[in-house]
Design a protein around this ligand. Sequence first.
Ligand code: NDP
Length: 284
Amino acid sequence: MTAELLNGRDLSDQLKAEMKQEVDVLKQENIHPHLTVILVGDDPASKSYVKGKEKACAVTGISSDLIELPGSVSEQELLNVIDEQNNAEHVHGILVQLPLPDHIDEQKVIHAISPLKDVDGFHPINIGKLVNGEDTFLPCTPFGIQTMLESKNIEIEGKHAVIIGRSNIVGKPMGLLLLQKNATVTYCHSRTENLREIALEADILVVAMGRKHAIDGSYVKEGAVVIDVGINRQENGKLTGDVEFESAKEKASYITPVPRGVGPMTITMLLKNTIKAAKGLAKK
Ligand code: NDP
């Protein structure tokens, strides 16, 4: 079997075109969705992600501000900036680009963002709602993956989903979303024994390890759906995933490439959440 490609870039373009129309309508109702992105320090990868987010906002007509703070900024100064944005009426979404410098407590910063403007979906209130199955801002990467699966009518109910990785931003919420769609979910992590045997049972295999090509075709059941979240920069400067694409695609029914897979969908879901925030705040 050679897998069909789940092309995140094409789906993102389609969704962004739909969102542009939605934003146009909102503007007629005097709702102007606005995202503030806060970048601390000058990490090149973070800068490039932020640039991608600003560009995507512009394409859909969402306005955005970038607040750049030096890596030496104190935790309190950053919290003050967040507070200002929480209170700014024209701001609907606030995103603090992670990771933050070591002297700043990331959790404290996430807690400081108003849950109503938490378009990353990382605030404990929003995570709690996700656990309860209540309406909330879904974390962008799992939300994007769910949207990709739905776009191909890939059946989730009753399927065995194996998630390799248990981070708060990808693995954990991914499992919760798939559970809500009635998958049987198994989480794997660095202490998991018999990783290959467990992965081989997966109908849907989500890999979010941050380990270049750690998962090859020998971990993939014939016909499985393989979602590669990993972003690893190679010596030649090109990006590659956690999955060894060539061997995995021979086993999988569907597979995401890197780049042009999960990455563009993550940004697109940020836009969706910003529009949702703008509509929600307009009702207040
Ligand atoms: P983290 O480093 O926070 O988590 C990695 C997870 O993988 C951990 O749970 C870890 O286990 C697990 N892991 C590491 N090594 C192994 C191993 N040998 N066997 C089994 N499990 C292992 O990473 P993130 O979740 O933040 O990101 C994962 C990858 O996805 C990265 O490459 C990141 O760049 C990328 N990413 C891509 C996005 C996109 O839009 N495409 C968005 C966000 C991230 P343990 O918990 O035990 O340490």
